[in-house]
Design a protein around this ligand. Structure first.
Ligand code: HPA
Length: 272
């Protein structure tokens, strides 16, 4: 099946289950999936049941599409994202974004766990993504252009919608959330970066580094969606502190900042 046929098959299947009309799409990153439990009147569809959908292979990324409302906002949430390092193509890992666009979302909220590259950050910080650097070595729009979604050469000068970031900053401050802002750089993974790579990334302008988000953001912009991105800085990146990196630290920090992260998502859903 082509990517377009897989999108059509997934869309048709979901529509055979529900006529729910989501306004906002939400992709929950590593250790950040609990927010989906806050949605009301939910329909939950495991990824493996949806024809054409890729299925996550990573522990702690049990995949499901959850359709529900949060304080009147209709949300389509992906709990458990598919990563490029799992061996899927970037066209495949971004397929759920296009399906959510077909379902009717206007805004996509992307969240992730990331390593802090900016030396002013510390583990537990939340960073609003102002822009990104695609260092994955690939672009999800390569191959035949899906004309039904957008143009061959889409503009990327305002990927993370400026007007939403401007609305969000004062609201986060009012809520007592220390929200940093910076550039997210995608590295393919699955190995963590080397200290020399992190020094290079800092020179290139990165504030945080992670293994996701960039392909989804590019595809979302191709579809004409507004995008909001939030990184949870779960650890300082390789070589910043004199210790090894470990996935359990990522999950533990995400758990520790869950309260602030959830409050920030609640605010984002009021403006999205
Ligand atoms: N590097 C890449 N991805 C990550 C990191 C990191 O340090 N922490 C969480 N995801």
């Amino acid at each position: 099946m082509t990517i377009q046929e897989r999108i059509d098959a997934a869309y048709t299947f979901i529509r055979s289950r529900t006529d729910f009309q989501p306004e906002v799409g939400l992709i929950l990153g590593s250790g950040l999936g609990d927010f989906a439990d806050r949605l009301e009147d939910c329909i939950e569809i495991p990824f493996f049941q949806i024809p054409g959908f890729p299925v996550p292979t990573v522990e702690g990324h049990a995949g499901a599409l959850i359709l529900g409302t949060f304080q009147g906002c209709a949300v389509a949430a992906l709990r458990g994202r598919i990563h490029y390092y799992e061996g899927y193509s970037q066209q495949e890992i971004t397929l759920p974004v296009r399906v959510m666009a077909r379902l009717g979302i206007r805004t996509l909220v992307l969240t992730n766990a990331a390593g802090g590259v900016n030396l002013d950050f510390s583990a537990g910080a939340l960073m609003l993504i102002a822009d990104h650097i695609n260092f994955s070595g690939m672009n999800p729009l390569m191959g035949p252009n899906l004309e039904a979604f957008g143009p061959r050469f889409p503009d990327m000068s305002d990927i993370y919608t400026r007007s939403l970031r401007e609305k969000l900053r004062p609201l986060a401050k009012e809520a007592g959330i220390d929200l940093r802002e910076g550039v997210y750089m995608m590295y393919s993974g699955p190995s963590y970066e080397s200290p020399a790579e992190i020094r290079a990334f800092r020179t290139l302008g990165a504030d945080a580094v992670g293994m996701s988000t960039v392909p989804e953001a590019i595809v979302a912009r191709h579809c004409g969606l507004q995008v909001v991105g939030v990184s949870c800085i779960t650890n300082m990146a390789a070589g910043v502190l004199d210790r090894k990196l470990d996935h359990s630290e990522v999950v533990e920090t995400a758990q520790r900042v869950k309260g602030n992260f959830t409050r920030l998502l609640e605010i984002i859903l009021t403006i999205a």
